[in-house]
Design a protein around this ligand. Structure first.
Ligand code: ADP
Length: 279
């Protein structure tokens, strides 16, 4: 029997703490404020940003969407990030992807003040994380850890495989697992035999943006699978990177999509904003 590790209850618990803290801060005249910078006309991005805004407001966090439009130049985006970084009334800044083709995410994210970098997007935050210094981890990577901890999955000495090496998910997830004394392998597009790695793993984190990448053939009876994939199907529905039906019944545990890592990620973005506003 494969245990389904839901993120919804975990997210609810985090949001309850956020709501209480937001109320306290607002009473002190420090209303927590999250700014999301958008430079795309993509509808699924707009829906995601609306969901962050809705979740923030429900918890008592002000959320401003700064929509620069799909033709925004790098200079314009950078100056907005600098202005928000300098604004004492703003506590959290998210630079939403995708960006216009001419804009480089990592370069622009370096304009976000690390103290307000609630989604760990500034490459400096990744460096701080690697050095085990205080920094905001990318919320998705941290959500993986929060889920594993919530369901008491042992990490010290465990074999962990991260599939995907992106700066926003794969790499930080690998660092966070390493910081918890897991033995970490990172697989990617050029990995020749994915199953050889994952079959040996206690924990597999899949963040490749490839629907159906991980199947029942890739996992053993003791494997815990965390599916970070968020792929939008033609009909608008969301599916992960894991072939749920084929892994279900084989692995020990599996996070669902939707309802797994996603809700925890959003809750952590809000929690990070509270942490920033509390300083
Ligand atoms: P995300 O933002 O979800 O992390 P990206 O598109 O930025 O996704 O990165 C995708 C990552 O997934 C890359 O590191 C790539 O090497 C990895 N990847 C893509 N396809 C495969 C595959 N078939 N097997 C293993 N890793 C893959």
């Amino acid at each position: 029997m494969t245990r389904v590790l839901s993120g919804s209850a975990v997210a609810k618990e985090i949001r309850a703490g956020v709501t209480a803290a937001a109320e306290r801060l607002s009473a002190e005249g420090r209303e927590p404020h999250l700014a999301v910078v958008v430079a795309t006309a993509d509808e699924s991005t707009a829906a995601y940003v609306r969901s962050i805004g809705g979740a923030a407001r429900k918890c008592g966090i002000r959320c401003s969407v700064v929509d620069l439009g799909p033709d925004a130049t790098s200079i314009r985006i950078r100056s907005e990030l600098e202005a928000l970084s300098a604004d004492p009334a703003v506590h959290g800044i998210i630079l939403q992807t995708p960006l216009p083709p001419s804009a480089d995410f990592d370069t622009l994210a370096s304009a976000i003040d690390p103290a307000k970098d609630v989604d760990g997007a500034n490459p400096l935050s990744l460096g701080l994380l690697a050095a085990r210094l205080p920094a905001f981890a990318p919320a998705t990577a941290e959500a993986v850890m929060v889920l594993l901890d919530h369901y008491e999955v042992p990490l010290s000495g465990a074999n962990a495989v991260v599939v995907g090496r992106s700066t926003v998910v794969g790499k930080p997830a690998a660092l966070l697992l390493l910081n918890r004394d897991a033995t970490v392998s990172v697989c990617h597009r050029r990995t020749t035999d994915l199953a050889a790695h994952t079959l040996n793993a206690d924990v597999v984190v899949v963040a490749a943006g490839q629907p159906g990448l991980l199947t029942g053939k890739h996992v053993g009876a003791n494997t815990v699978v965390v599916d970070v994939g968020t792929n939008v199907e033609a009909d608008g529905s969301l599916i992960g990177d894991v072939d749920f039906a084929s892994v279900d019944g084989v692995a020990a545990a599996l996070t669902p999509v939707p309802g797994g890592v996603g809700p925890v990620t959003t809750a952590l973005l809000l929690q990070h904003t509270i942490t920033s506003a509390s300083r």
